[in-house]
Structures are given as structure tokens and as C-alpha cells.
Design a protein around this ligand. Structure first.
Ligand code: BG6
Ligand code: BG6
Ligand code: GLC
Ligand code: GLC
Length: 918
């Protein structure tokens, strides 16, 4: 009895002594609660630094956005392939996620070895090896020829800009394949798979870190899981962060999973005060010195090695094994994490320790075994403590984000150290609870690794991809090939000829109207003129003062609005309103009673028999006043002036806005022989040889032709490129079946096309959560200025979203991206169609004059051209492409067409007087 007591006493004393000895020796590795709280605070600051746009570049904890935006909701389904590369084992899997909404996941998997020569060899070979394994798996499981989406769990720090892409920032742990850092691993693997294209038909839809996979796996079973932690070969954590805090990703609604890459904590020196000589020595002997310093104090790849280094030092100091060292103890990697775990086992621990040390060629005493066991405890306890501190920081962040006093949450856990070490989980949980007493944490072990979660991410991605395909299909309808554009250019050319020829003119859809404007201003024009500018966005009345010789022009103008009920009321009301505006203007200018010559810019198709006569053929754009079509608008204006009986005006000329624009620009540049409007409507005029104009007598000189190209396609010749959306816009317009080219190109209709597409995409459930709002049903909400704003490159997504919200469209950031793309597709097509039309005219002019090359200036006006950020560039590029032998200069008309109308009036007045004098 006494002997037993004595033995027990002796053993307790021995144990105490050994523990004290080791405690003293490893004093620096034992972290107090204050130190842990301090580390927790430091990690909180690191997270903030990693999340900030300006601070991220120098942050060591990279806080990588993962583009995983939500945890699984149970609606995921389908069959997926999965690769799990980067942990202690490389696996290929097939995952079947339940079809019936029951949370049911079936997996089949196979492990493959990862020999050092592969993981530290050449990058291309690494990916080829991975592809080979995948092909082998497909063969064994008889999955060949099946097209399956693949989710890649890749457990290394990757910078992602989307889910299906990831640029490796640096290798960590045991991997160090050449030529991979800084490249996208998804495309490398995709390339490697091409070799197997006979058997492999897979699409990599998602790249996820193992922490993310773990979180998602656990969240599938417990929806409150919002953190994933790996304590395995390496260590790391991810968690769901509020989008508004992630400065590196546009958008502020919802959350996104952040892969913290906490293993790099301390790489900037932030943990130097707690790192020991053993940590430094271990780091120097590692594959990535100076990197992953936090990980090297914690994870499975390093714990055994830390223990070995400590034992070696203690032995050297005579504190262990009677000062003897074995040669095995000198070998790097001889003690592994599984040894540490075995040595710390509750009952067999000491026996295990003896066995392990003996295997290392040592002859340990009882005291040695106790001491070594305690070394293991200190090292692994420190690991758990450090993990707990960083995890506590994440939990605090989550709690603060949610503005909660108490947070209840679940943390998904995985990794061999956590799984096989007998005390590790308990210790970790305990310390976390101590550090964050206001968080109730459930730790959930991911039984099935990270692949189940990766499959969930892939499932969502594949749904998104299917939706994307639907969107792309719609956008593709607006993409014109070069051949199509050449075809359009050539058809336009044919229509020009039809319009000019007497026989074909009556049926021509491009009317090619003679304007009786025969020459450009020569600078001798002078006098005071009134001008009206009706038919564009604004109605203006102007006073233009021309001073001869000096080419100086002074203009005064006033903008008036024409209410919708007048635009679409009776002709008399419309012209009375116009005269009322003139009266107001004269009054405003103090010109009451002055009898001035007037030029009338009237931006609608008019058949002219002289410069001062214009019979409206038909209204276009937003006008529809009755009793005007077939009438001379000059007469109508004269009559309205008479009705008012207040002043008299000498209406000298009626001109189309294209003609006014050409004149305005021609005043500055004599090469300007084309006038183009890309505004509310779409039209072009140009100087034609008289001999080509069969409708007007005479072969000498030139005359300006108002093409009215807006009617191009009215005979069906554009039907092959018209989409259902174009047809819908046409049907809802004031003039169905008419002005088809205009309706595909001009400001008044582009927004409407966009709106029709958005309605359709919403109906298909691809936008606005499938809800068609009243606003979206409202005609005309997308004015040119909004399209232009939305498409501006300088605009961040949030601003696009704000514009949409101002328009009453409650959109998410994803919606905003789609809306912007739709606008882009529609406006690009418009610019290209304009380019094709313009190429037709400049080529015609070049050929007609028999020139090898033509230098010509196009005067341009219109809000679409002026406001849209890309329209003018695309238009110019297209003309260059389709009329390579013409050197076309574009000149923006700064002063509108009123100035040109005044110039035309001046010339006409001069001719009129000359005729009278004769
Ligand atoms: C596995 C996961 O269970 O754990 C892997 O499926 C992960 O994705 C691994 O990388 C981490 O642990 P270890 O110990 O294998 O590195
Ligand atoms: C103006 C011209 O600058 O542009 C008008 O003065 C022309 O004559 C108009 O009709 C065309 O652009 P929008 O965009 O106003 O239709
Ligand atoms: C390393 C990797 C990290 C991974 C972790 C766990 O720290 O850098 O991406 O999550 O190991 O496997
Ligand atoms: C419409 C009109 C045309 C005008 C153009 C630009 O197409 O029919 O005359 O030039 O709009 O305003």
C-alpha cells in the first residue's frame, strides 16, 4: 500500500518537475488571455485593412472576395463533378444533389496521389496530371460523354474577379509548381483538359477555396453556418461579409463570402513579439520563407516539425534524453502531426510517446516521455489559442455587422489536425467561448469534406450560367457581322438609286427628296434673319445676324415646349402655337413689328417644288397633328400668321434639319457635303450631281438631297435583322410599319427597344426578380440621356443602379449589369447601322466623281451623337471599315441647324432679289 502511494507520489513529483521544466523552457509559447485578446484585436485591424480598397495592396491578410453570395437554400440540384486539391489528399468526386428539394446528396469519390515531383514540378504538368486523374475517374465511373459542370476546390490563395476564375497569388503549404503563380488556374486546367477532349466534356463553373467549400457543406445542413475554418495541412477561414464593407467589389447589397487567408497574418511583422526562435527556424527551412507565418504556428504541416525543433534544442541543452540526440531527430519532418496527436492521447499518450521516441532511435526515460508529451501539449495548445483568437475576431466582426448584442452562429470546421487531434477541438471551443462570451457558437464538423459545398456553389453557378446563356441569346440578336453590315450598306445604296430615278421613285422607301438648296454659303451672306427649328428634341425660335465676309454669326434663341396634345392635336392648333411662340420671341427680343425674312427648319419629310414650298408627306417621330399631311407647311405657317394678324414675316425657305446642319457646318468647312442627324430621329442629306436627280430639270451643278433614310427597310429589306423587339416597338409607335431603319437607330426608339428587351428578360425570370413593374410598362422611360448615362464607362455599378432606381426600377447590382449590357448592345447596333448607311453615301459620292480616294466632311447633330459615350466612335469605326477609300471627317454642329437655315435664307433672299431685279 505504502509502496503504491510512494510510486504515485514519485510519479506526480516527476510529472510536476518535468512540466515545470518544459513550461520554463517554452515560456514564450504559452499565451496569456491578455495576449490572446491583443492578437484578436490585431486580427480585427488586419481584416479591416484587407477589406479596404486603398489598404488592401499592402495588407498581409488578403481578405479575398469569393463571389459566393449566398449559402445554399435547398433548391440546388443536379449532377456535378468536383475536384478537391490542396489539402492532405487529392480527390475527384461526382456529387448528385437531390432533385426533389429534399436535402439529399450522394457522392462517389476516388483519391489520387500527389507525388512531390508533380506538386513541385512544372505547372503545366501539374494540371495535366489533374486532368488525367479526372479522365481516369470519368472512365472508371462510366461518366464519359456526359457533359457535367465542375466545381474546383483549390485550397490556395486566389484572387477572383468572378466565380469561375482565380489567379493564384502564391503557393502555400507543400505545393510549389513552377509557372502557376500570377495565372488563372481555371483556364490552365481547362487547357489541360483539352487533351482529353474525346472523353472529357466539362465546364469549370466555380473555383472555391476549401474554407468556402467547408462553410457551404455545413450550411447545407445548418443554414446558420456563416463561417468556415480549416485546421489541417494549412489553416484558414472564410465568413460571410456585408457587401457594403467589401470595397474591392462593386455593389452594396447582400453579402459575399470572404476568404480571409489568415495564414498570412504576421507576414508584415505584426506577430514578431510572439514568434519564437523555433518558429523562425522552421520558417527558414520551409518552402516559402517569410510567408504564412501565422499558419506556420498553427497548422498540421508544421506542428510536428516545431516539436522536433524544440526536442532537438532541449536535448542539446541536456534537458532531455540525457543529452543524447538521435540522428533521426535531426531529420526534417521526422515528427508529424499524427505523432503529436498520438502522444497527446488521453490514456495511451505516454505509451505512444515512448514508442514514437524509440522509433526515432532514442532511449527515452519516463521523465523524457512526460516532458515530450508536455512539449506537444504546449505546441498544439498554442495553435488552438491562436486559431481561437483569429476566429473570435471574425465572430466579433459578424456580430458587429449585424448590430447584435449577442450572436448565435455556426462555424463549419474541417482539417486533419482538428479531426484527429484528441484535445484540439475541445481546447479551441473553450478558448473561443472565453474570448467572445457574447457569441453562442456551434462548431459543426464537415463530415464530407468541402466538396458537397463546392457542388452547391457549382449548382448555383450552373443556374446562373443557364440564365446567362439566355441573356446572351437575346443580346446576340443585336450583334451584326461584318458581312451583314456590308449587306446593309449595299442595300442602302440600291435604295438611293431607286429614290433618285423617276421610274422607281414613287415606290421608293428612301425618298431622296430634292431640297432646292444648290450651293454652299460663300461668306458674303449678311443681314438679320429669323429661324424656326421644329422637329428635334426642342422647338426653338432664333434670331441670326450674319455679317458678310467675316463669317461671324450672332444668334439669339429661345426654347419653347410643344405639349403632347398640340403635337398630336389639329394642324391649326399646332401652327397657331408656333406663331404664338414667334410672337413671344419677337416681344422678348424687342422686335415686334419687324418684318424679317424667315427660314423654317422643319424636320419631317417634305416634297419641295422650290425652296419656299414644302408639302409634308407624312409625320414621323412623335408628331401626328391632323390635317397637315399633304399640305404645304409654309402655307400653313403663313395662314397662322395671318390668323393672328399681329405681324408679317417673309418665309423664304423651308429646310430639313439635316440640310440646316450641313449648311451650319459648311459655313466653316467647304468640304462638308453631307448632313447627318442622330437624334430623336435619324436622317441624312448630301450634295448630289444634278444629272443624277431625275425628278428635277437640269444637269448642271449640284443639289442637296434629303434622303429620308429613316424609311429604309419599310419594304421589308431589313427583315432579316429586325428582332421581335424592333417589331414590338414599331407596333407601339405612332406610325406602325414606317421608318423601320429610324426605329432601329434613333434616340426616340433605342430606349423603347431596351425597354422591350427588359420586359422580355423579366418575363423569363432573368431580371428584376421576375417582377414587371408598372414603371417598366411605361413607354418612353429610357430617354437618350439616360441610355447615355447608363453606358458611361466612368460610372460605377452603384451609380447605374441609382439611375435605374431614379427611373423607378428597383434593380439589384446584377440587374444593373444586365441592363447596361442591353443598352450597349442596342446602341452599338444603332451606331453600326448608321455607319453602314453613311458608308453607302460616301462610297457613292466617291464613285460618282470617279475618285480613287474621297476626302469629305460630314456635319453631324443630334442628342444621340452628342450625348452617348460610344455612339460616335462606333459610327466612325464602322464607316472606316465599310468605306475604306473615303477619308471622312466628322464635324459636330455646335450651333444647331438654325444657323444653316438662316444661311440658306440669306442665299435664297439674294437670289430672289436678283430675280426681281432682272
Ligand atoms: C478536407 C477537404 O476534408 O479537408 C479539403 O475536403 C480540405 O478541401 C481539407 O482542403 C483540409 O484538411 P487537410 O488536413 O486535408 O489539409
Ligand atoms: C438640333 C438641331 O441641334 O438637333 C435640330 O438644331 C435637329 O434642327 C436636332 O432637329 C436633332 O437632334 P435631336 O436630338 O434634338 O432630335
Ligand atoms: C493554406 C491556403 C488556404 C487554405 C488553407 C487550408 O493556408 O493558403 O487557401 O484554405 O491552407 O487548406
Ligand atoms: C425624321 C424626319 C427627318 C428628320 C429626322 C431627324 O426622320 O423624318 O426629316 O431629318 O427625323 O430629325
Amino acid at each position: 500500500m505504502f509502496a503504491v502511494h510512494l510510486m504515485a507520489f514519485y510519479f506526480t513529483k516527476l510529472k510536476e518537475d518535468q512540466i515545470k521544466k518544459v513550461d520554463r523552457f517554452l515560456y514564450h509559447m504559452r499565451l496569456s488571455d491578455e495576449t490572446l485578446l491583443d492578437i484578436m484585436a490585431r486580427f480585427q485591424a488586419e481584416m479591416q485593412k484587407g477589406l479596404g480598397k486603398d489598404t488592401n495592396p499592402t495588407a498581409s491578410v488578403k481578405m479575398l472576395p469569393t463571389f459566393v453570395r449566398a449559402i445554399p437554400d435547398g433548391s440546388e440540384n443536379g449532377e456535378f463533378l468536383s475536384l478537391d486539391l490542396g489539402g492532405s489528399k487529392f480527390r475527384v468526386l461526382k456529387v448528385q444533389v437531390s432533385e426533389e428539394g429534399k436535402r439529399n446528396v450522394q457522392m462517389e469519390s476516388q483519391f489520387y496521389p500527389t507525388p512531390n515531383e508533380i506538386i513541385r514540378g512544372n505547372g503545366t504538368e501539374l494540371f495535366e496530371y489533374v486532368a488525367d486523374c479526372l479522365a481516369d475517374f470519368m472512365k472508371t465511373k462510366e461518366l464519359m460523354q456526359k457533359k457535367l459542370p465542375l466545381g474546383l476546390t483549390f485550397s490556395f490563395p486566389c484572387k477572383q474577379t468572378k466565380l469561375e476564375e482565380g489567379v493564384l497569388l502564391s503557393w502555400t503549404k507543400k505545393f510549389k509548381a513552377r509557372g502557376v503563380q500570377g495565372t488563372d488556374v481555371v483556364s490552365s486546367l481547362t487547357n489541360a483538359m483539352r487533351k482529353h477532349k474525346q472523353d472529357l466534356d466539362v465546364d469549370i463553373l466555380a473555383l472555391v477555396n476549401d474554407t468556402v467549400g467547408t462553410m457551404m457543406t455545413c450550411a447545407y445542413d445548418d443554414p446558420s453556418c456563416e463561417v468556415g475554418v480549416i485546421i489541417g495541412t494549412g489553416t484558414n477561414a472564410c465568413y460571410m461579409e456585408d457587401m457594403s464593407n467589401i470595397e474591392l467589389v462593386e455593389g452594396d447589397e447582400g453579402r459575399m463570402c470572404i476568404n480571409t487567408e489568415w495564414g498570412a497574418f504576421g507576414d508584415d511583422g505584426a506577430l514578431e513579439d510572439i514568434r519564437t526562435e523555433f518558429d523562425q527556424e522552421l520558417d527558414l527551412g520551409s518552402l516559402n520563407p517569410g510567408k504564412q507565418l501565422f499558419e506556420k504556428m498553427i497548422s498540421g504541416l508544421y506542428l510536428g516539425e516545431l516539436v522536433r525543433l524544440i526536442l532537438l534544442k532541449m536535448a542539446k541543452a541536456g534537458l532531455l534524453f540525457g543529452g543524447e540526440k538521435s540522428s533521426a531527430l535531426h531529420i526534417k519532418g521526422k515528427i508529424e502531426t499524427r505523432h503529436v496527436a498520438a502522444m497527446e492521447k488521453y490514456k495511451e499518450g505516454l505509451a505512444n510517446t515512448r514508442e514514437i521516441l524509440t522509433d526515432l532511435g532514442l532511449e527515452p526515460s519516463e521523465a523524457d516521455c512526460i516532458a515530450v508529451q508536455h512539449v506537444c501539449t504546449i505546441v498544439s495548445f498554442r495553435s488552438a489559442n491562436l486559431c481561437a483568437a483569429a476566429l473570435a475576431a471574425i465572430l466579433t466582426r459578424l456580430r458587429e455587422n449585424k448590430k447584435l448584442v449577442r450572436l448565435r452562429t455556426t462555424v463549419g470546421m474541417d482539417g486533419t489536425l482538428y479531426k484527429i487531434h484528441p484535445q484540439y477541438p475541445k481546447r479551441l471551443h473553450k478558448v473561443v467561448r472565453k474570448l467572445v462570451p457574447n457569441c453562442d457558437v456551434r462548431f459543426l464538423l464537415s463530415e464530407s469534406g468541402s466538396t458537397k459545398g463546392a457542388a452547391m456553389v457549382t449548382a448555383v453557378a450552373s443556374r446562373v450560367q443557364a440564365q446567362r446563356k439566355q441573356i446572351d441569346k437575346v443580346l446576340a440578336l443585336f450583334q451584326l457581322t461584318r458581312e451583314q453590315l456590308v449587306g446593309i450598306r449595299d442595300k442602302m445604296r440600291v435604295e438611293f438609286e431607286y429614290g433618285l430615278k423617276r421610274d422607281t421613285h414613287p415606290l421608293a422607301t428612301v425618298k431622296m427628296l430634292p431640297t432646292y438648296v444648290c450651293g454652299m454659303p460663300d461668306g458674303t451672306e449678311k443681314g438679320k434673319f429669323l429661324a424656326l427649328d421644329l422637329g428635334g428634341t426642342n422647338f426653338r425660335v432664333l434670331l441670326v445676324k450674319l455679317r458678310s465676309g467675316r463669317r461671324s454669326v450672332r444668334m439669339y434663341n429661345k426654347i419653347f415646349t410643344i405639349p403632347l396634345e398640340i403635337m398630336q392635336g389639329t394642324g391649326e392648333e399646332l401652327f397657331d402655337h408656333i406663331v404664338q411662340c414667334i410672337a413671344d420671341f419677337l416681344d422678348y427680343m424687342g422686335l415686334k413689328g419687324a418684318q424679317l425674312p424667315l427660314g423654317f427648319t422643319f424636320s419631317f419629310p417634305c416634297r419641295q417644288a422650290s425652296i419656299d414650298k414644302g408639302t409634308l408627306i407624312e409625320w414621323t417621330k412623335g408628331f401626328k397633328a391632323t390635317d397637315c399631311e399633304g399640305e404645304d407647311v409654309v402655307d400653313m405657317l403663313r395662314e397662322a400668321i395671318k390668323r393672328r394678324n399681329e405681324f408679317d414675316l417673309d418665309i423664304v425657305a423651308v429646310v430639313n434639319d439635316t440640310v440646316g446642319t450641313m449648311m451650319t457646318c459648311g459655313y466653316e468647312d467647304r468640304n462638308c457635303e453631307v448632313g447627318l442627324i442622330a437624334g430623336t430621329g435619324s436622317n441624312m442629306c448630301y450634295m448630289e450631281e444634278m444629272r443624277n436627280i431625275e425628278l428635277v430639270e437640269g444637269d448642271e451643278g449640284k443639289m442637296c438631297i434629303n434622303t429620308e433614310w429613316g424609311g429604309f427597310g419599310d419594304n421589308g429589306c431589313l427583315d432579316d435583322i429586325r428582332t421581335q423587339y424592333d417589331k414590338e416597338v414599331d407596333e407601339g409607335s405612332l406610325n406602325p410599319g414606317k421608318q423601320r431603319y429610324e426605329k432601329m437607330t434613333s434616340g426616340m426608339y433605342l430606349g423603347e427597344i431596351v425597354r422591350q428587351i427588359l420586359i422580355d428578360l423579366t418575363k423569363q425570370g432573368l431580371l428584376f426578380r421576375g417582377q414587371i413593374s408598372e414603371r417598366l410598362r411605361t413607354r418612353g422611360i429610357f430617354e437618350t440621356k439616360f441610355l447615355s448615362q447608363i453606358e458611361s464607362d466612368r460610372l460605377a455599378l452603384l451609380q447605374v443602379r441609382k439611375i435605374l432606381q431614379q427611373l423607378g426600377l428597383d434593380s439589384t447590382c446584377e440587374d444593373s449589369i444586365v441592363v447596361k449590357e442591353v443598352c450597349g448592345a442596342v446602341s452599338r447596333r444603332a451606331a453600326e447601322l448608321y455607319g453602314a448607311g453613311l458608308a453607302a453615301i460616301v462610297e457613292k459620292r466617291r464613285e460618282d466623281q470617279g475618285f480613287e480616294h474621297l476626302k469629305i466632311t460630314v456635319g453631324v447633330d443630334g442628342t444621340l451623337y452628342k450625348l452617348h459615350p460610344h455612339f460616335s466612335r462606333i459610327l466612325q469605326e464602322t464607316v472606316k471599315e465599310l468605306a475604306p477609300r473615303c477619308d471622312v471627317t466628322f464635324m459636330l454642329s455646335e450651333d444647331g441647324s438654325g444657323k444653316g437655315a438662316a444661311l440658306i435664307t440669306a442665299v435664297a433672299k439674294r437670289l430672289q432679289q436678283a430675280r426681281r431685279e432682272n
